[in-house]
Structure formats: structure tokens, C-alpha cells
Design a protein around this ligand. Structure first.
Ligand code: G1P
Length: 300
């Protein structure tokens, strides 16, 4: 229970090859695919920063230089914008480098999400830390990290975010069995299974890509055998944390997420994310809605 308090480091795994988006991702990281006018990863970093994160470690791999460039200063571009009088855009562009202290570690061999998180051990140290997965975008109007951080400060241990999904989709996620607590939004996690086979899921509560994790996870990850898909699964290490005593960093609770989440992980859900986020924007929403309505009515 010693590991409570302010969470200020986030780990963001970005080493995936993005094969589901080939050929778009042959030379461009999937995290850099635009969602309207920002790369997907920028939404994730901004969400972390809005929740108080000031230190981001990307677990990266080959061909991710453009992601590093995105969060770095770009003197010639900034100068050109200044010369053109585009000071708003210049501020936005230079501000990307100052969102947080950005760090990078290479994963080397892609051996799964648990392996990616294990690469953060030296950087994270002894404090609880956040993990954000780049495929999940959480709507800025319904943030979940603040509630997770508050739960960790109160309960210690690790905190997951769970979302109810239809029964026929639970096999795509980590799945949790839970017990209620006196807070209707917070549950105690009693079992975790990574991508349960059809008909075997203990619930329809899916783990979404936001975690607050006790550093006790690192030792568990080091000793973990490959799980589903032959990969080192973060879910399996979190499952071991459930039964670890609180004084050793154990205990897993979850916040039930009832907000809006976009999935940029496959083509159809990526398209839905782009359309929903654009529809919510003041500058694009009204015109896009009008066009979509006519388009779907076959008038265009
Ligand atoms: C990962 C995790 C899974 C979680 C999901 C959330 O799976 O392994 O437990 O439910 O993210 O997006 P992936 O989608 O990377 O296969």
C-alpha cells in the first residue's frame, strides 16, 4: 500500500508494425495516421498530459522516427509559419515538444504488450505509473485517467479501466471478473483472462487501453511464460498482481468506463473514429453532418 500518490509517468507502447493498415503503414507508423488533423498518438499524449502526466516514455521500434519528430521542435517549419504570420499554428507546432518530457526506449523484438511494458522498468523506478495504448482514444469530454488516479491514491495497487461490450466482442479484449465495492463506479478485479475463447468469458467487462500499474508488475513480467498468441501478455502479469499481498504491490481494482471511446485499431473502427471526432468538431461538424445526411439519402 506504500505506492500511492501522484502518478506522473506514462508508458505508451508504439512498437507495433501496424500490419492491419498496410500499405498505409509501410513507411508511416500506424500511430501517425491522421484522425482529422492530428496523428492518433497526439490525442493519447494530450489525454495523459491533461490528467497531470509530465513524463512520457514511448516504447518504440524501427521506422518510428516520424513519431519522435512529431514531438520534437521543428525550427525551420516554425520559422516559416512565423514569417507567414501563422502564429497560432506556430505555437501549436512548437508546443508539441513541450507537452511533457518525452523519452524513448526500443523494444527490439516485438514479443507482446507485457514485453513492451517490461522495457520501461529502469525508467519508471518505484512509483505507480500509467500505461496508455495508442489504439484506444478516449473522448476528451469523458476522461477516465483522473478517476483512475484518484482510485489508485485511495486504494493503492493497480487500477484498470473496464467497459461493457456485447458478448460477441469480448474475445477481442482482456476480460475481468469483478466484485462490487461501495462505490458503484469502482470494482475489485478477481480474475483476468486475455482474449477469452467464445463462450468462456467470465463477464462482458473488457479491459480498455488505460492502466495504472504498480511497479511490482516488472518482476512478474520478467518471469512470465508466453500467453495467448505466444506473446508476453500484460493481462497475465496483472492477473498475478490480483493475488499478491497489498504490501508487495498487489491488488487490482477497476474503474467502470461509461464514456465515449474510439478504436483506431482496425479499418472500420478507425473510419468511425475519424467521422465521430470530425462530427464533434465545431469547425467541421455541421458541414460534415449535412453532407453525410445528403450522401446517405443518395442525393449526392
Ligand atoms: C490489448 C490488451 C487487451 C486489451 C486491449 C484494449 O490488446 O492485450 O487486454 O483489452 O489492448 O484495447 P490488443 O488490442 O493490443 O490486441
Amino acid at each position: 500500500m506504500s505506492n500511492r500518490g501522484k502518478i506522473h509517468k506514462a508508458v505508451i507502447p508504439v512498437a507495433g508494425l501496424g500490419t492491419r493498415f498496410l500499405p498505409a503503414t509501410k513507411a508511416t507508423p500506424k500511430e501517425m495516421l491522421p484522425v482529422v488533423d492530428k496523428p492518433a498518438i497526439q490525442y493519447v499524449v494530450e489525454e495523459a498530459v491533461a490528467a497531470g502526466i509530465n513524463d512520457v516514455l514511448f516504447v518504440t521500434g524501427r521506422n518510428k522516427e516520424s513519431l519522435e519528430n512529431h514531438f520534437d521542435r521543428s525550427p525551420s517549419l516554425e520559422q516559416t509559419l512565423a514569417e507567414r504570420g501563422a502564429s497560432d499554428m506556430q505555437a501549436k507546432i512548437s508546443g508539441l515538444a513541450n507537452l511533457a518530457a518525452m523519452h524513448y526506449v526500443r523494444q527490439g523484438v516485438p514479443m507482446g504488450l507485457g514485453h513492451a511494458v517490461s522495457m520501461a522498468k529502469a525508467h519508471v523506478g518505484n512509483q505507480a505509473f500509467a500505461v496508455l495504448l495508442g489504439d484506444d482514444l478516449v473522448d476528451v469530454k469523458t476522461p477516465i485517467l483522473p478517476e483512475m488516479f484518484a482510485a489508485q491514491a485511495k486504494l493503492g495497487g493497480s487500477i484498470l479501466a473496464l467497459m461493457e461490450v456485447p458478448d460477441d466482442q469480448i474475445h477481442l479484449y482482456g476480460c475481468a471478473a469483478v466484485e462490487p465495492t461501495d462505490n458503484p463506479d469502482i470494482v475489485r478485479v478477481t480474475e483476468l483472462v486475455e482474449k477469452p475463447a467464445a463462450g468462456t468469458a467470465p463477464s462482458n467487462l473488457a479491459v480498455i487501453g488505460r492502466y495504472v500499474i504498480d511497479p511490482a508488475v516488472f518482476e512478474l513480467l520478467e518471469n512470465l511464460a508466453p500467453g495467448r498468441g505466444g506473446e508476453i501478455q500484460l493481462t497475465d502479469a496483472l492477473a498475478s498482481l490480483i493475488n499478491l499481498p497489498a504490501e508487495s504491490g498487489g491488488g487490482v481494482h477497476a474503474v467502470i468506463f461509461r464514456g465515449k471511446r474510439y478504436d483506431t485499431g482496425d479499418k472500420l473502427s478507425y473510419l468511425k473514429s475519424v467521422v465521430s471526432i470530425a462530427l464533434d468538431r465545431e469547425d467541421l461538424g455541421p458541414d460534415l453532418r449535412a453532407w453525410l445526411t445528403s450522401y446517405l439519402a443518395g442525393q449526392i
